[in-house]
Design a protein around this ligand. Structure first.
Ligand SMILES: [Mg+2]
Length: 250
């Protein structure tokens, strides 16, 4: 979970001012079209409900042989989940190696798949903010570490169903070509190519490493860290990166 001691989030007034400033920067000025870059998991979307749905399905299978574990999984809430599945399982008292292995396999087979993405929910304010950037004139680029072969179709469907701008001129969904490619390497490689789309005015991500990369590559842009969950062992966040908890901008 987010470490409130580590990251100093903007207060609601400052967050609203930042988000409104970014919307204002989305107005075309006659030069290259403004581009806003959004990560998806942990940034525009909360994927913990996806994990919970999978764990509930697993609980159904464990009902007879492990009823206690099954009932703990069924009762889990989003706030009970850690970034890593093994840490979440430990919190539910599931530590026996064969159960952990079974749960990890069960989860992995479903989590990174088109059909599971319907369980994701938008972060507060995320849909309205993306729509406001789009309406002002920006190109919205969804740059995600989800892979195109297994998650591309479900991601498009999820963006559409949640109400994000997608499938219209001025929107792009960019996925990882290969599941096994590390996310940071993918974004480091792809981010410079955004110059062919337009001029990046803001980028949002829940991984400190990616926020640092965007700022390094686009020093004139607003790099914003969405403080939800991130990979353990992340590098220090560049102090110029703004920190928000969600997209509500009043
Ligand atoms: Mg993410």
């Amino acid at each position: 979970m987010a470490d409130v001691d580590l990251y100093k989030r903007l207060d609601p007034g400052a967050k609203s001012a930042l988000l409104r400033r970014i919307i204002a920067r989305c107005e075309p000025t006659g030069g290259p079209t403004p581009v806003v870059v959004f990560d998806l998991d942990g940034t525009l979307m909360d994927n913990r409900p996806r994990t919970l749905a999978i764990l509930r399905e697993l609980a159904g299978r464990w009902n007879s042989k492990n009823p206690d574990s099954a009932s703990r999984l069924k009762a889990a809430a989003p706030s009970d989940l850690s970034y890593l599945l093994t840490d979440s399982l430990a919190r539910f008292g599931i530590t026996r190696s064969e159960m952990v292995s079974e749960a990890e396999r069960f989860w992995r087979e479903r989590f990174f798949a088109d059909d599971s993405l319907k369980d994701d929910v938008a972060l507060p304010g995320a849909v309205d903010f993306a729509r406001a950037c789009y309406a002002k004139g920006a190109i919205c680029v969804y740059l995600t570490g989800r892979d195109l072969p297994m998650m591309g179709i479900g991601t498009f469907r999820s963006l559409r169903d949640l109400g994000f701008p997608i499938g219209v001129p001025g929107t792009e969904l960019v996925c990882k070509p290969d599941f096994n490619m590390p996310d940071e390497a993918f974004k480091r490689l792809e981010a410079p190519k955004l110059a062919r789309v337009g001029r990046v005015v803001a980028a949002f991500d829940n991984e400190p490493a990616n926020c640092n990369v965007f700022l390094e590559q686009n020093p004139e842009s607003e790099s914003v860290f969405v403080d939800t969950q991130h990979l353990p062992g992340a590098p220090p966040l560049d102090p110029r990166v703004a920190i928000i908890d969600d997209f509500s901008f009043g």
